[in-house]
Design a protein around this ligand. Structure first.
Ligand SMILES: O=C(O)CCC(=O)C(=O)O
Ligand SMILES: [Fe+2]
Length: 282
C-alpha cells in the first residue's frame, strides 16, 4: 500500500460538508456547460470520502485489479468477469452516486441519466500524457443532443507536480471521431483552456464529446502520482453503446449493492444500453 498524499487536513482545506449544498441559481452554470462543454468544481469531494478513495485506488493498482479489468474488456480474458469491479470498492461506489454530484448531473443533463462506466487509476509522474481525444459513445438514435457526461475526479488535485488537463471549449459540437486530433498529441491548441491548479478532491465535469488532453507533470523528477477516477453517465432517451463486455454484470452488481439507494431508478437500468459490439477500447 502506498499513499503519496493525505487528503484530509491539506493546505487546500476542501469541502467538509458531505450534504448537498444549496446551489442557488444554476442557470448560468448550465448555460456555460452547454456552450463550453465543461464545468470545474474545485474541492468538490469531502475529505473523509477522499481519505477512503486513495487507498482503494492504491489497491486497485497494486493488486493488479486494474490490469485484470482491462484484460476482461479488451485483452486475453475478454468475456470473463473481473474478480473485483471498481464500483464494488466501497468508496468508489459512494463516489459514483455522491449526492452533490447527482444533483449537478441532473441539472446539467436536464433529466434522467444512466451510469455508463467507472475507471480508477494512479499515474506515475513519469507517465506520458494522453493526446487530444473525446470519449463520447454513440447511441442507437444517433442523437447527439442527448449528452454523455464524464466526471473527472482529481483526488490529489492538479498542479505542476501532478500535471494538467487541457480542454477545447465548444468542441463537443463537432461531429468527429474520438481520435480526430490525436496526431496533435498534447500540444497547445488555439482556444484551449488549461486547468492546472485544482485543490485536492476536485471534479471537472465534461461533456464527453468535448476534446481534452492530459498533460503530464512539468518536471517528472519533482512530480507526484496523479490519482484519477472517472465516472460517466448518459442522458436517457436512447440506448447507449457499452464499453465493457461485462456491462450487464456491472449494472446488476450496482443494483445488488443498492447504490443510489433507490433514488435514481434509471441509473443502473439495462434498458438504456445496446449490446456490446466488440473490443472498442478501455
Ligand atoms: O488524466 C486526465 O486528466 C484525463 C484522462 C482522460 O481524458 C481519459 O482517461 O480519457
Ligand atoms: Fe478522456
Amino acid at each position: 500500500m502506498r499513499s503519496s498524499f493525505s487528503p484530509a487536513g491539506t493546505e487546500f482545506g476542501g469541502n467538509t460538508d458531505p450534504r448537498v449544498r444549496p446551489r442557488g441559481d444554476t442557470t448560468e452554470e448550465r448555460k456555460n456547460f452547454e456552450e463550453r462543454g465543461y464545468l470545474v468544481l474545485p474541492a468538490f469531494l469531502p475529505p473523509p470520502l477522499l481519505a477512503r478513495l486513495v487507498p482503494e485506488v492504491d489497491r486497485w493498482m497494486d493488486e493488479g485489479l486494474r490490469d485484470r479489468s482491462i484484460a476482461c474488456s479488451t485483452g486475453p480474458e475478454t468475456g470473463a468477469r473481473p474478480p473485483v469491479l471498481e464500483l464494488e470498492l466501497p468508496a468508489h461506489g459512494e463516489l459514483l452516486v455522491h449526492p452533490p454530484l447527482m444533483t449537478v448531473l441532473a441539472d446539467i443533463m436536464g433529466g434522467a441519466f444512466a451510469h455508463h462506466h467507472l475507471h480508477s487509476q494512479r499515474q506515475g509522474a513519469k507517465d506520458s500524457g494522453k493526446p487530444w481525444h473525446h470519449d463520447h459513445e454513440p447511441n442507437d438514435l444517433g442523437d447527439r443532443s442527448l449528452p454523455m457526461v464524464h466526471a473527472l475526479h482529481y483526488l490529489g488535485g492538479l498542479d505542476e507536480a501532478v500535471g494538467s488537463l487541457a480542454v477545447l471549449p465548444g468542441s463537443h459540437r463537432e461531429d468527429v471521431p474520438k481520435d480526430f486530433r490525436a496526431a496533435l498529441g498534447t500540444t497547445a491548441l488555439p482556444g484551449e483552456v488549461v486547468i492546472d491548479r485544482l485543490p485536492h478532491g476536485s471534479t471537472v465535469l465534461i461533456n464527453s464529446a468535448v476534446f481534452h488532453a492530459r498533460r503530464p507533470a512539468l518536471s517528472p523528477l519533482a512530480g507526484r502520482d496523479r490519482y484519477f477516477v472517472d465516472a460517466s453517465y448518459c442522458r436517457t432517451g436512447a440506448r447507449w453503446r457499452p464499453v465493457k463486455p461485462y456491462w450487464r454484470y456491472m449494472l446488476a452488481r450496482a443494483r445488488e449493492l443498492g447504490l443510489g439507494g433507490g433514488q435514481w431508478p434509471e441509473l443502473f437500468d439495462e434498458r438504456h444500453f445496446t449490446e456490446f459490439p466488440g473490443a472498442v477500447g478501455r
